[in-house]
Design a binder for this molecule. Structure first.
Ligand code: G1P
Length: 303
């Protein structure tokens, strides 16, 4: 174990939510895409629930202009609560208060949308000199496969930073960050030696995609401050991780990957979003049976 490993418990989660959500316009004209419902909950609530289950009850949202809906969602709504209380609708009352009671939520604005790396840098003041997690709202992880918990274990054992990797068809690697890895011989953990943001298929160093869960050493902040705009003219978190992967461990460097084979739902574009909603609804005990029956009939009649 390195000196830095296990020294500090991870308590804080950072959730970037400042994107324009252009792929979902006009739905995202006046509200962040993170508020789009996945079945009957905003996508962002699943992400906050995942952080809380992993023991991170301090959540910082990096927001843009549309933060109002987020703030309202994670705040109390006394009028609505009163109406439900008078009606005796305890079930819905619990649902409504659940979001506001989840975690200590904080907000900081990104100002200019200069990329994911820049968004993470905005968290520096709040996070300070502690390791922290970053959760991206486009990736929803099934609560039955708690990969963040596993990543936190790896950070506690090894120090450095930990990223989440999934094997994907090679043809889709250019949608993701892609690492070069070395096996450690210990099951699901690999050592990351290099990373490229959204490489062409021919240049991809592996078939692993970086999924939107990160446990980062605070050394990332200094690296991000020096990171120049990369792919798409944006300051990329992947580029900072590349530097961390090559830095000595006693300076906060070292990047490991946890290879995740569980259930992940992608809400990042319209088709995968619709697929995720259908998949998740099919698994719900209250909606699944009716929906599955209908879906089979519907699918049988498709041209
Ligand atoms: C971001 C990261 C990318 C990662 C992806 C995971 O890209 O830059 O490295 O693979 O999230 O969802 P985005 O999808 O925001 O363009």
């Amino acid at each position: 174990m390195t000196q830095r490993a296990g020294r500090q418990v991870v308590r804080k989660a950072v959730v970037p939510a400042a994107g324009f959500g252009t792929r979902f316009l006009p739905a995202t004209k006046a509200m962040p895409k993170e508020m789009l419902p996945v079945v009957d909950k905003p996508a962002i609530q699943y992400v906050v629930e995942e952080a809380v289950v992993a023991g991170l009850d301090d959540v910082l949202f990096i927001t843009g202009r549309n933060k109002r809906a987020l703030e309202d969602h994670f705040d109390r709504n006394f009028e609505l609560e009163e109406v439900l209380r008078i009606k005796g609708d305890d079930e819905r009352l619990t649902m409504v208060t659940a979001a506001s009671d989840l975690a200590r939520i904080h907000y900081v604005r990104q100002g200019e949308p200069l990329g994911l790396g820049h968004a993470v840098l905005m968290a520096e003041n709040h996070v300070g000199d502690e390791p922290f997690a970053v959760l991206l709202g486009d990736d929803l992880i099934d609560p039955r496969d708690p990969v963040l918990v596993r990543m936190l274990q790896v950070r506690a054992e090894c120090g450095g930073s930990v990223i989440c990797l999934m094997a994907v068809p090679r043809a889709s690697i250019s949608l993701y960050g892609c690492p070069a890895v070395v096996e450690t011989g210990s099951g699901d953990v690999v050592i990351v030696t290099d990373l490229i943001e959204k490489p062409d298929v021919a240049e991809a160093p592996s078939s692993f995609a970086v999924i939107g869960r990160y446990v980062l050493d605070p050394a990332v902040f200094e690296v991000l401050r020096a990171t120049k705009p990369g792919r798409g003219g944006e300051i990329q978190l992947t580029d900072a991780l590349r530097v961390l992967a090559q830095m000595p461990e006693d300076a906060g460097g070292g990047v490991r990957g946890v290879v995740f084979g569980g259930r992940r739902y992608d809400t990042g574009d319209r088709v995968s979003y619709l697929q995720s909603v259908i998949q998740m609804a099919c698994e719900r005990p209250d909606l699944g049976p009716e929906l599955r029956t209908w879906l089979k009939e519907f699918a049988a009649e498709l041209p």
